[in-house]
Design a protein around this ligand. Sequence first.
Ligand code: FES
Length: 358
Amino acid sequence: MAERKKMSVSEILAAARAQAGGGEAAAPAVEPAGGGAADAVDSAADTPVVEKPAAKAAPKPTAGGARPSVADIMAMARANKAAADAPAQSPTKSAPKPTAKPAEKPAAAKAAKPVAAKAAVARDTASILAAARAGAKPGPVSKADAPPRPAKPAAVKPAVAADHAAKPAAAKAVPPRPAKPAAKKSDSEEDRRGFLEIALGSFMALGFTALSVTGGLFSLGLARFFFPNVLAEPPSRFKVGFKEGFPAGKVETKFVAQYGVWVVNSDVAGEQQIYALKTVCTHLGCTPNWLEAEQKFKCPCHGSGFYKDGVNFEGPAPRPLERYAIRISDDGQLEVDKSKTFQEELGQWAESESYVTV
Ligand code: FES
């Protein structure tokens, strides 16, 4: 140790640069000067990692008692500093605390760290990128290497194209604003409205019906006014047939119901006459009955009795029956005229119009 050569500053720098470049050639030059630790460093390895413990151990008094000079210490410190600047050559924890067995620890470090130091030196930017690409998942490097994308469904494309084609037109022509939708009516409101409509319609229909009925009745009354009720009475003058149809002593009753007259062929004061008796009782107006067996007219109301010639003889009747006018018509038939009557008490039966001689 004593005869170790003192390193100049330039040598120290050269050695440090050599170490930083990873060369093994610098290792022997960095051998620290110092005691037994230097021997261990020499025998250990030529890497700067191994030299750190030796550098730390250098200031310590060696077994031989020779101490390194200040220049050596400085050189070794500079060497250590240069070694510490290298990332792969920094034995951080092992350097400050040299163990009791420095020869063993550097040996272990020798086995592990030189490889790392070499790798650190060899890892430039290109190598790092290459390693990263090698470890990455293989895939297309460029867009040209990428596989073609799967085609989109054909049904979507026309719609999308139409949409894209329609968008500019829609953007140009502003569509009118749609009318606001009417507020949705609730079910209850619709029901109430429907009920009101039905009720109103019913009332209106009822009113129109009543008005129509009233108008119809008014029209009927007006028509009744223009056409008054007229009784259809039989004519006052009518033909009863030829004289031969009325035998002597015979009372014809077949015209009672229709004309209210008896046609009688009887002998009156020695003269055979045909006359027409009125079928009205002179008491109170009842219609007497001809009783062929009794040869009389008998009133059913109060029992008045009249002879065949019409003269009253019993009951309350105050006077004889009346006669109608009778004559022979142009066709030879007997014609009775009810518009003219003849009364016996007035002596009218003597008039020629009151009878027809046979
Ligand atoms: Fe003929 Fe009284 S009406 S008797």
